[in-house]
Design a protein around this ligand. Structure first.
Ligand code: FES
Ligand code: FES
Length: 150
């Protein structure tokens, strides 16, 4: 078993699979399988605070480390400002890409509470949105950043 901190609580994940498979086996279904080749961003989670693709990463890489999925950022009862902002801006259609994008945005805003346009776009570069929601996604992140700074 792989021992780690998962969404702030001690966890034991099964070995011999990818981190994404192990997380989904725990019932955490916000990280999604898209390309499986670290090329689309759908599977991103925070690993020691860094946005990281989980689809090809052996779960063993999480040993002794902190893993956070979108579920760990917030939920219906206590949403993260990014989650509130994405809803307010209706940023997304199918939602497939959003968990990965939101964890990346959370990592960015933790490091840089007031990112300029170039930093924002560079951070989101690993993420594809097939629905073309990019402008709304950018608006939502800017909205959350402003709220978090206030
Ligand atoms: S599923 Fe991991 S980056 Fe596409
Ligand atoms: S909202 Fe559908 S892929 Fe982004």
């Amino acid at each position: 078993m792989i021992r780690c901190a998962l969404n702030g609580a001690p966890a034991a994940l099964p070995g011999g699979m990818t981190l994404l498979q192990a997380l989904r086996a725990q019932g955490l279904n916000t990280p999604r399988f898209g390309c499986g080749e670290e090329r689309c961003g759908a599977c991103h989670v925070l690993l020691e605070g860094r946005s990281t693709p989980s689809c090809a990463l052996p779960v063993e890489a999480a040993e002794g480390r902190a893993v956070v999925t979108l579920e760990g950022l917030g939920g219906r009862a206590a949403p993260h400002p990014l989650q509130r902002a994405f809803l307010a801006e209706e940023a997304g259609q199918c939602g497939f890409c959003l968990a990965g994008i939101i964890v990346t945005a959370a990592a960015l805003l933790r490091e840089n509470p007031d990112p300029d346009e170039a930093s924002l776009r560079a951070a989101l570069d690993p993420h594809l949105c097939r629905c073309g929601s990019h402008n709304r996604i950018l608006r939502a992140i800017r909205r959350a950043a402003a709220e978090m700074r206030a």
